[in-house]
Ligand binder design. Structure first.
Ligand code: SAM
Length: 207
């Protein structure tokens, strides 16, 4: 559990919003988020930076995020006038959505910060329809031994300054273990220090 001092309450949310607006992240959002359709659950909605990328085929957006400060930065509606409802709670807790009720789950740069990622992924699996899609862009454990070693070394200190963010999570394994199969997966570095830019972008479906 990360302690909530003035840094976490006031500075970190603004920093997250600013950093997550970077050009590279925006390019990746634009390449994946428009695939969403129907009723969408966005896990770790943050300040709502994916909302402009939902198209006309999205009916409703449900967001979940425990941060009240980020919640206050979210626009009132999604781009396409889809209704927007936000649950201010951790994704590991039972979501107020019925089983198999969601067409698309979206998660971008969030799995790294969730204290119990397996539990949150099980909630996503529970609410996603059998023919639903799970779209994700996450940074995580590199396939390069050298970078991996640095990620393991730096994570204990990094998570203290970066809102609980882990550098070394194996995103594809976590998703598969929660009951999904990958239908698309690309891994690559984006611009920036290698320990924090190894990216997993993909689509998964209930197995
Ligand atoms: C780096 S930000 C990314 C925000 C947003 N997804 C984006 O792409 O701009 C990580 C987000 O994960 C959220 N988060 C942290 N713990 C969480 C949890 N247990 N459940 C859901 N979201 C969580 C944070 O509040 C924050 O909004």
């Amino acid at each position: 559990m990360i302690e909530m001092g003035p840094y976490e309450r006031h500075i970190l949310p603004r920093l997250i919003d600013l950093v997550m607006r970077n050009k590279e992240a925006t390019r990746l959002r634009a390449s994946l988020v428009p695939k969403a359709r129907g009723d969408v659950l966005e896990v770790g909605i943050g300040s709502g930076l994916n909302l402009p990328f939902y198209g006309a085929q999205v009916n409703r957006v449900f967001g979940v995020d425990p941060s009240h400060a980020l919640r206050r930065m979210v626009p009132h509606a999604a781009n396409n006038n889809a209704s927007l409802e936000i649950f201010t709670q951790p994704a590991e807790q039972e979501l107020p959505l019925p089983d198999a009720s969601i067409d698309t789950a979206v998660m971008t740069w969030t799995l790294c910060s969730i204290p119990q990622p397996a539990q949150a992924l099980r909630q996503i699996r529970r609410v996603l329809k059998q023919d639903g899609q799970f779209l994700f862009i996450e940074h995580g454990r590199s396939h390069d031994r050298n970078v991996e070693a640095w990620q393991d070394r730096l994570t204990p200190i990094w998570k203290r300054i970066a809102g609980g963010c882990h550098l070394n999570r194996k995103v594809d394994d976590l998703i598969a273990t929660a009951g999904f199969r990958m239908t698309e997966l690309n891994t690559f570095y984006i611009v920036g220090p290698r320990f924090v830019t190894y990216t997993y972008q993909g689509v998964a479906q209930p197995a």
